[in-house]
Design a protein around this ligand. Structure first.
Ligand SMILES: [Zn+2]
Ligand SMILES: [Zn+2]
Length: 349
């Protein structure tokens, strides 16, 4: 089926309206009419060829929500009319150690929602800046939020799970003091989720202007990281730090805030490396440095259900599809609170 999408034909070209085709649903497929798609920093990096290996035409978008319009003959978990979501992956090998463990996000053959090679035309996956998508049922998530929150649910599919997964893996909960570094698309979700998990949340930002915002998001305390005295007041006191900042920065400034056995987990992917940390800061208190990639499909469903139960959605600004290029420029300036979401109804005009 031919549908409308928004994408780019080259890394130095703006995104524009284009026609793309989707396969007819196979026996295990779910066809989804996309209602909204969130705009992730990864979209911008990929479509502008700032990351290696961008395949064109490139249609970004991996924070997808919508309604099921058709299902294949062997699909039992979904039916037309269901509210669903699709995140950063649409397939994986389904038989490796990671897939068998329900950790598809760590499968070496994970098929990303856009820019992964596949046999269907045009030879690679095309993402959610589009009217419709067809996805194997295993990679479709159920949305249990009220329908009027659907647009604000979209960013949970990447920003939400990327922060939820490490908070759960490192068992963040009541009685713990948890730092969230960076208050952007990822960080604002990290604050909301860590707060809902019952932790005492300390938000770290470089900008004084975000102090009140962070408190409103659920932070118990806010530290302006440029202020040495404010930083020192939290020395050796944090159980866990979720670091969402993608720009290279001094990791040691945060390591020294961790208690014995504390871990700092990085979820931002810098284009150039962070300065190497002082190993002494790790040795002295048996501290750990870790990374985490989105989350598995079962964990993404758990996250969506947790958010529905706790009334958690992203803070969003809705845009028309033809506003995407301007939105990218604003994202680069940090001028968004905290996620743009494309109204897919505007793709048709
Ligand atoms: Zn993303
Ligand atoms: Zn696999």
């Amino acid at each position: 089926m031919t549908i409308k999408a928004y994408g780019a034909h080259a890394g130095d070209r703006p995104l524009e309206s284009m026609d793309i085709t989707r396969r007819a649903p196979g026996v295990h497929d779910v066809q989804i009419e996309i209602a909204y798609c969130g705009v992730c920093h990864s979209d911008l990096h990929q479509v502008r060829s700032e990351w290696a290996g961008t395949l064109f035409p490139c249609v970004p978008g991996h924070e997808i929500v919508g309604r099921v319009s058709a299902v294949g003959a062997h699909v039992s978990g979904f039916q037309p009319g269901d509210l669903v979501g699709v995140g950063c992956m649409v397939d994986s090998c389904q038989h490796c150690e990671e897939c068998d463990a329900g950790m598809e996000n760590y499968c070496d053959d994970m098929v990303a929602t856009y820019n992964s090679p596949i046999s269907d035309a045009p030879g690679h996956t095309l993402g959610g800046y589009a009217q419709q998508i067809v996805v194997h049922e295993r990679y479709v998530l159920r949305v249990r939020h009220p329908e009027d929150q659907l647009a604000a649910v979209a960013p949970l599919l990447c920003a939400g799970i990327t922060t939820y997964s490490p908070l759960r893996h490192w068992k963040v909960g009541p009685g713990q003091k948890v730092g969230v570094v960076g208050i952007g698309g990822l960080g604002h979700m990290g604050i909301k989720l860590a707060h809902a998990m019952g932790a005492h949340v300390v938000a770290f930002t470089t900008s004084e202007s975000k102090r009140q915002e962070a408190l409103a998001l659920g932070a118990d305390e806010v530290v302006v990281s440029r202020n040495a005295d404010e930083m020192k007041a939290h020395s050796k006191s944090l159980d866990f730090i979720l670091n969402t900042v993608a720009a290279p920065h001094d990791l040691d400034a945060f390591f020294v805030l961790l208690k014995r056995d504390g871990t700092m987990t990085l979820v931002g992917a810098p284009a150039s490396p962070h300065p190497s940390p002082q190993i002494f800061n790790l040795i002295m208190k048996r501290r750990s440095l870790a990374g985490s990639l989105i989350g598995s499909i079962p964990e993404t469903q758990e996250m969506l259900d947790f958010c529905a139960e706790h009334g958690i959605v992203a803070d969003i600004e809705m845009i028309r599809a033809d506003e995407i290029n301007a939105a990218y420029e604003r994202m680069l300036k940090g001028d968004v609170k905290y996620r743009f979401v494309i109204d897919s109804a505007t793709l048709a005009s």
